[in-house]
Design a protein around this ligand. Structure first.
Ligand SMILES: *[C@@H]1O[C@H](CO)[C@@H](O)[C@H](O)[C@H]1NC(C)=O
Ligand SMILES: *[C@@H]1O[C@H](CO)[C@@H](O)[C@H](O)[C@H]1NC(C)=O
Ligand SMILES: *[C@@H]1O[C@H](CO)[C@@H](O)[C@H](O)[C@H]1NC(C)=O
Ligand SMILES: [Zn+2]
Length: 549
């Protein structure tokens, strides 16, 4: 039963009605009204005074900080994390998946959920739907640019990146990813090219062979093929430049290309700077597959721990801390493929890396801020699906994802290799597909004859069919194999200045925060780049149509 204090039952505009129904109160009601009026007046005045004071003190704080920076600023570290292609639905999917497999209560959340900060709008200068290059340029330069732009503006001029400015100011710098280190997101922090596909050039700039010299101290990830000459097996360069050798001979990099070399870093205690660890020819395998190849590839959280510890040690005797960018690169790839089982494992691993940074902040004596966001959403993921010809069903089925033991990418390659290696009759092939790919791989025991027919008839198209099969059984929907324009989440540890990126912001506001927190002069880098670099121009628009990662 509603109490009489229920505001819905009170008559509007008479504050005492809700407070008491004592009849004697009417006599004093006039006095009360006057009292309330004076109280309200004083309260309003107090609020105004407080607001002015807060604004003033914030300004002076900022002023003090600027002044400090000219003569011994407090040392600080900044960790910026990017979950490429992770939209809000990826969090809902992963959270309820984990609750299901680990038998957790409905209020169990990801570490990310506990540090939700706001959301970011993501459009680029050329499209409402951005790509990762324009997305990362918004972070690195703090400027909107066209899809495909690697830290250049729409007028084809280079723009300085926060990492380059940080290096110039005396910070140590690092990039840690699970895809090619020359891919769009890391590339935007340490190179400038007109189009993201120019990865041969990006590799050179990243090791220091550009107009600014070397600006990165630590690179961990994949994409080794871009650093090997075209005369070598495993190269994907168009030219015969041995970038790995040049990096070591000319720019003093310590180079590692194996899990055993990674293990010798002893969790970051034994890293010689500058250090470049390229642990895969191209992408590091999806976490769902990688965990079965743990002796070949390190995970994102392991690389994160090495990066944090080594940069901490390297800056121990310095007045300046470090800037580290960490990317969960392949959440995006799982989205492009529309493979939900693979995506939840990518997000869980990203959540682990996020936790590793929080743990670092907890134990570090140096002020450290963590900000994490996505460049865009990928796939148009929805945690429900209406099957054609059926009524809507309110639910999705995490169990269907829990039974998968491999990614659709891994299974499609396995199928294609099998077809190439053996000549089987169609019937035999269908049985093999059902046993090895569908039951053992996807954990699906109710595949239809039509599904097996399609897979056997066109193994080249297996990736799409396999991901559709598991999505259907999980009742997970996708609207595209590309990106979408939905706002993405922002997460943070909190700390100095982070209130500036609360609420719904623009992706360039994240870029502005990064440079402001580090208090570095990105504009000076832009001026220098414009002086020294001539990028020419190219018909970027026609290229952009073919490129949709
Ligand atoms: C979750 O719910 C349980 C039981 O309802 C409660 O004991 C627990 O404190 C809750 N946990 C959180 C993190 O809210
Ligand atoms: C390798 O690169 C050189 C130039 O650096 C080029 O002349 C040659 O054609 C390339 N070879 C192949 C196989 O691509
Ligand atoms: C490389 O290391 C050597 C020896 O420590 C040093 O003399 C040289 O300046 C370094 N070169 C670069 C490009 O840092
Ligand atoms: Zn993408």
């Amino acid at each position: 039963m509603p109490s009489e204090n229920d505001p819905l039952l009170s008559s509007e505009g008479s504050p005492q009605t809700g407070a008491s129904n004592d009849k004697t109160s009417r006599r004093s009601s006039r006095a009360r009204e006057i009292g309330l009026f004076i109280w309200a007046l004083l309260a309003t005045a107090a609020v105004i005074v407080l607001a002015v004071w807060v604004q003033h003190s914030q300004q002076t704080d900022r002023g003090n900080r600027d002044r400090d920076n000219n003569n011994g600023a407090p040392k600080r570290n900044l960790v910026f994390m990017v979950s490429d292609g992770m939209g809000p639905a990826s969090l809902s999917l992963t959270r309820s998946f984990r609750q299901h497999v680990d038998g957790l209560p409905i209020n169990d959340t990801l570490v990310l959920d506990q540090h939700f900060w706001g959301s970011s709008r993501t459009r680029s200068s050329s499209s409402l739907v951005t790509d990762s290059a324009a997305g990362a340029t918004a972070f690195s330069c703090g400027k909107k640019s066209y899809n495909g732009a690697i830290s250049v503006t729409p007028d084809y001029q280079p723009c300085g990146s926060v990492l380059e400015a940080a290096k110039r100011a005396g910070y140590m710098t690092g990039l840690t990813v699970t895809t090619d280190i020359t891919d769009a997101t890391p590339a935007c922090f340490a190179s400038h090219v007109l189009f993201r596909a120019l990865e041969d050039d990006i590799a050179l700039q990243e090791v220091g062979d550009g107009v600014l010299g070397r600006t990165v101290d630590l690179m961990l990830g994949g994409g080794r093929c871009h650093f090997l000459p075209n005369t070598t097996e495993g190269s994907c360069r168009m030219d015969d430049i041995d970038v790995a050798k040049m990096a070591q001979d000319k720019y003093n990099w310590t180079y590692a290309d194996s899990r055993s070399a990674f293990d010798k870093l002893e969790s970051g205690n034994k890293v010689n700077f500058p250090f470049m660890g390229l642990f895969a020819g191209a992408d590091i395998p999806f976490e769902l597959d990688r965990r079965n190849m743990n002796d070949v590839y390190p995970s994102l959280s392991e690389m994160t721990e090495v990066a944090l510890r080594s940069l901490e040690l390297a800056t121990a005797d310095s007045d300046m801390g470090f800037f580290l960018m960490i990317e969960g690169s392949r959440i995006d790839h799982a989205g492009h493929i529309n493979d939900p089982a693979t995506q939840v494992h990518e997000v869980i691993e990203y959540d682990r890396a996020f936790k590793a940074v929080l743990d670092f902040i907890e134990r570090s004596d140096t002020e450290t801020v963590l900000v994490a966001t996505s460049d865009h959403e990928t796939g148009g993921l929805a945690t429900a699906l209406q099957e054609p010809g059926h009524l809507p069903v309110y639910g999705w089925y995490p169990k269907a994802l829990a039974q998968a033991t491999a990614s659709c990418e891994h299974l499609a390659i396995k199928l294609q290799e099998h077809v190439l290696a053996t000549a089987m009759s169609k019937d035999k092939l269908k049985h093999w597909i059902e046993d090895e790919i569908i039951v053992k791989g996807l954990g699906i025991t109710d595949s239809s004859d039509e599904e097996l027919d399609v897979l056997a008839a066109d193994p080249a198209g297996a990736l799409t069919v396999l991901s559709a099969m598991i999505s259907l059984r999980a009742h997970v929907g996708w609207s595209t194999h590309g990106h979408t324009a939905v706002d993405v989440n922002v997460y943070s540890s909190g700390g100095p200045g982070t209130e500036a990126i609360r609420g719904n912001i623009e992706n360039t506001d994240v870029g502005a925060f990064l440079r402001e927190y580090l208090d570095v002069d990105v504009e000076a880098i832009t001026v220098e780049l414009k002086e020294k670099m001539d990028l020419g121009s190219m018909d970027v628009e026609s290229m952009a149509y073919d490129y949709f990662m």
